[in-house]
Design a protein around this ligand. Structure first.
Ligand code: ADP
Ligand code: MG
Length: 224
């Protein structure tokens, strides 16, 4: 097997509410090879988002090690972690978080502009990615001028505009009707195949989850 893209060992996460401790993750181990596509399911409140946020370096573990692309990410300084995240990881959430005043093209180009790519290159990449998600005819539409499924496609194009190695999606179809959600899942498969991107998708939909090549279940703080 090639070197894992993700290697997690003994991951613990606890939250403190006053003097009460909630142990959400209790020693998670996981290896993911480059190019794998996985689903993550589990009951509401079990810790799926917590796990995804730590894997995405948006939150820090209480204990344990997270290696991504060979990097022990949490041993780095916060500014280095943020830069690593911007270059390596794309996110899609249940809500699209698009900026309402900007067009699809401008929204999708945003991470590239943050990374200080020249505007022309950022917009060329955004255009290519919007075409890849089937929105080549909607470049100048603002989010309010797009359907829910189209908004989520723009969010996916934005997540992929810097060609991250890892795509993390947290219930990306949770706000969509079943047929539109199915379309987003198909698109995730297509992006996984075409770009070779490694993808982890949290979903409530057990049918969609079961169609992924590998399905993880989180319960009692552990992955099964
Ligand atoms: N910032 C926080 N502070 C305290 N408790 C939290 C925080 N975030 C999440 N939790 C708790 O951790 C548990 C897991 O939450 P979450 O990861 O959002 O679950 P899921 O995504 O599986 O629905 C829940 O019991 C939740 O209340
Ligand atoms: Mg969640």
């Amino acid at each position: 097997m090639s070197e894992p893209l993700i290697q997690i060992r003994g991951l613990h996460k606890s939250y403190f509410m006053g003097d009460k401790r909630i142990d959400v993750l209790r020693g998670v181990d996981l290896d993911v090879a480059p190019g794998e596509m996985l689903s993550l399911i589990g009951a509401s409140g079990v810790g799926k988002s917590t796990f995804l946020h730590i894997l995405g370096t948006l939150d820090a573990p209480s204990a344990g090690q997270v290696r991504i692309a060979g990097e022990d990410v949490f041993s780095r300084e916060p500014a280095e972690i943020a830069d690593f995240r911007n270059r390596t990881i794309g996110f899609v959430f249940q809500s699209h978080y698009l900026l309402p005043e900007f067009t699809a093209l401008q929204n999708a180009a945003m991470p590239a502009l943050v990374q200080r790519l020249p505007r022309a290159e950022a917009e060329a990449r955004a255009r290519a990615m919007l075409e890849a998600v089937g929105l080549g005819e909607r470049l100048d539409h603002k989010p309010g001028e797009l359907s829910g499924g189209e908004q989520q496609r723009v969010a996916l194009a934005r997540a992929l505009v810097l060609h991250p190695r890892l795509l993390l999606a947290d219930e990306p179809t949770g706000n969509l009707d079943p047929a539109t959600g199915e379309g987003i899942h198909q698109l995730l498969f297509e992006m996984n195949r075409r770009l070779g991107i490694t993808a982890l998708v949290v979903t409530h939909n057990e049918q969609l989850a079961a169609r992924m090549p590998r399905c993880l279940r989180l319960s009692n703080g552990l992955l099964q």
